[in-house]
Design a protein around this ligand. Structure first.
Ligand code: PLP
Length: 232
């Protein structure tokens, strides 16, 4: 299947899941995860109408920004190292995996220096798996308070990853847990936190049913990735 056909199929599956949950499919934004794919694959998806793309690594994102159209909305979805924050802030409009006070402080300071106002998402480890990145649920209020203190950062919501190959009830608990945490934080802090970044190729229908507004999908659009280092 072509990239255009796979994109259309993913959009259709998003619509089915949204409608099953009584949601308007237009409230679910598809983020095409283009990590490890050549710029030509991004251009093909762009030609089919896709405008939001996600990359895991700052250098790869920067390499793609140059040759591709300027109206692409770039999202950094991978772990962000302290020494890459400036490059990330310059290249990405959205930064998904913000999970520590130190990173928030640095993002706020560097965004001010660069005159940028990135949208950020706080990554929360809902499942509690030791191997997963993200802040603990108990740390979320402190991180949100810090994020809201920085006028340079638009804290738009929360992000999470579900365990790999998790059965449906676990997916529901993880994705529903992120939504409930968002609802609680929004109430306690009196802010909107509209975005929930959750769901990947293997689990996005469950995420959409639980309220995802940004689904991060690579394989189902671009095909299997070549084997590589984890997180690449
Ligand atoms: C790679 C990646 C995705 C997309 O994964 P697929 O299974 O290819 O859809 C989503 N989110 C994050 C954080 C990723 O690193």
């Amino acid at each position: 299947m072509t990239i255009a056909a796979q994109l259309a199929e993913v959009q259709a599956r998003i619509a089915v899941a949204a409608q099953a949950a009584g949601r308007d499919p237009a409230t679910v934004k598809l983020l095409a995860v283009s990590k490890t794919r050549p710029a030509a694959a991004v251009a093909e998806a762009y030609a089919a109408g896709q405008r939001r793309f996600g990359e895991s690594r700052v250098q790869e994102l920067r390499d793609k920004v140059g040759p591709l159209p300027g109206d692409i909305e770039w999202h950094l979805i991978g772990q962000l190292q302290a020494n890459k924050v400036r490059a990330a802030v310059q290249a990405a409009a959205w930064i998904h995996a913000v999970d520590s006070a130190g990173l928030l402080e640095r993002l706020g300071r560097i965004a001010a220096e660069e005159g940028r106002q990135p949208h950020i998402l706080l990554e929360i480890n809902i499942s509690g798996e030791a191997s997963k990145s993200g802040a603990g649920v108990a740390d979320a209020p402190r991180l949100l308070e810090l994020a809201l203190r920085s006028p340079q950062l638009d804290c738009a919501g929360l992000m999470t990853l579900a365990p790999l190959d998790a059965p449906e009830p676990v997916l529901r608990r993880v994705f529903g847990g992120l939504r409930e945490l968002r609802d609680r934080l929004a109430r306690e802090f009196g802010v909107a936190l509209p975005e929930l970044s959750m769901g990947m190729s293997d689990d996005f229908p469950a995420a959409v049913r639980e309220g995802a507004t940004l689904v991060r999908i690579g394989t189902a659009i671009f095909g299997e990735r070549a084997a590589g280092p984890p997180g690449a």
